[in-house]
Structure formats: structure tokens, C-alpha cells
Design a protein around this ligand. Structure first.
Ligand code: HEC
Length: 213
């Protein structure tokens, strides 16, 4: 909870900071030529400074937030019967809601252009053996067809919005169903960008199995 708040504050501070810088750099002083519309649009785009990699956004924001939503509601069958787990008070519902909100805004962060996938050296052989693309390969894929990347991020945002509404309505069943939708949206993107080779491997295994039957 505390970590979550710290992050939100940091994100807020970063956005506020870049707004202030943009203000200071504006050439509105006497005598300075006024920017054209396209210059203004370009200036606006350059006020964003993506710092975290996609990998870091997954680890710092999206993955923990999704876990909080996935784990908020569950049914455990024990020897003495089913034990339902659901948020029980204002604070617990607020935690679910805030985590859904982190996913929604996390999706927006994924759409910001100029963000790298990961940093540091890449062991391409190990990645390929695990059926994964390397971060530079993922980056090339995103650059080639940014619209698809944005569409998958938007699909994730929509799924997270459903979770947000369910948390606001305080409906445990809806939160659980929304969690499944979110999970599907994570996988839609991962299958296309992160481990498409794994899918091919699974497909091949599947075909081989069917041929044998
Ligand atoms: C729009 C695309 C997209 C969506 C949506 C998405 N991811 Fe990812 N995710 C990626 C990419 C690309 C990587 C691979 C980055 C890398 O090289 O590790 C990744 C990597 C990860 C990793 C590994 C990070 C690491 O340290 O290696 C985790 C965990 C993860 N995602 C969780 C999730 C969860 C959970 C969701 C949904 C709640 C989600 N992601 C939604 C694109 C996405």
C-alpha cells in the first residue's frame, strides 16, 4: 500500500516536473517567434521523457497491481467447506480500486513512444532457448507496427477499466471475472511480442500429438 502510494507520488512528480520544464522552455518571451501548430505538437511530444523500460513497468507497476486484483477475491475449498475471500472494509476495497487504477495508467505508460523494452546486455541464445524474443527483437517488432502494440495496450486498459468499475461497485464476483479478462489481455500481448516462438513450439507439439491419434 505504502509502496503503491510512493509510486503514484513519483509518477505525479515526474509529470508535474516535465510540465514545469515545458513552461520554462516556452518561447513566449517578447520578440521570440511564436511556434506553429506542428512545432507546438512536436514540442508537446518531447515533454514526455520515458525513463523506465517496459520490463521495469511490468515489474514495478503492472505485475504487482494485477496480483493485488487477482488475489483480492478467491474461493478456497477446504475440508470444512468453501472459504470465500473478498475485500471486507473501505480500506481493502480502496486497495483493489487503486491497484486497478495503476493497471489502467500503466497501460497508458506502455503507449508512450520512445520507451525501451529492457536495458543491459542480452543473452540471445538463452532467450531463444526459452522461446523468448530478445528485447531488441521486441523493440523492432513494436517499431514496425506501433498500431498493433497500442491496440493491445488499449485492450489491456479496457480490461483494467472493467476491474476498476467492479472495485468501485464493490462486487467481488465482478472483480474476479474482471481479473480473468485482465489475465487474457496480458497474455494477448505477451504471446505476440514476448514469446511468439513458444506458441509455435506448442502448436507444433499439438499437431504432432493430433497426427499420432
Ligand atoms: C502491450 C503489451 C503488454 C501487456 C498488455 C502486458 N505486458 Fe507484460 N510484458 C510485455 C513485454 C513486451 C515483456 C517483455 C519484456 C522483457 O523482455 O522482459 C513483458 C514482460 C513481463 C514480465 C517479465 C518482466 C521481467 O522482469 O522480465 C512480467 C512479470 C509481465 N510482463 C507481467 C504482465 C502482466 C501481469 C500483465 C497484465 C496484468 C502484462 N504483463 C501485460 C508486454 C506487455
Amino acid at each position: 500500500m505504502l509502496k503503491l502510494r510512493t509510486l503514484l507520488v513519483l509518477i505525479g512528480a515526474a509529470l508535474f516536473g516535465s510540465a514545469v520544464i515545458a513552461e520554462q522552455q516556452s518561447p513566449a518571451q517578447a520578440g521570440a517567434p511564436q511556434p506553429t501548430t506542428s512545432q507546438r505538437a512536436a514540442g508537446q511530444a518531447s515533454t514526455y521523457r520515458p525513463v523506465a523500460t517496459v520490463q521495469e513497468i511490468m515489474d514495478a507497476i503492472i505485475s504487482p497491481a494485477s496480483k493485488a486484483v487477482f488475489d483480492a477475491v478467491s474461493t478456497e475449498v477446504t475440508a470444512t467447506g468453501a472459504v470465500e475471500k473478498a475485500p471486507k472494509n473501505d480500506e481493502e476495497w480502496a486497495t483493489v480500486r487503486n491497484n486497478a487504477l495503476m493497471m489502467v495508467e500503466g497501460a497508458n505508460l506502455l503507449m508512450l513512444p520512445g520507451r525501451h523494452i529492457a536495458r543491459g546486455p542480452v543473452d540471445a541464445k538463452a532467450a531463444h532457448e526459452a522461446g523468448e524474443l530478445t528485447p531488441p527483437e521486441i523493440e523492432a517488432r513494436v517499431a514496425k507496427d506501433r498500431a498493433t502494440w497500442n491496440r493491445l495496450a488499449a485492450g489491456f486498459r479496457n480490461a483494467a477499466m472493467v476491474a476498476l468499475k467492479a472495485a468501485e461497485a464493490r462486487k467481488p464476483g465482478d472483480v474476479q471475472a474482471a481479473g480473468e479478462g485482465v489475465d487474457g489481455a496480458c497474455e494477448n500481448c505477451h504471446i505476440r511480442y514476448w514469446y511468439p516462438d513458444q506458441v509455435k513450439t506448442l502448436d507444433r507439439a499439438d499437431q504432432a500429438l493430433r497426427k499420432r491419434k
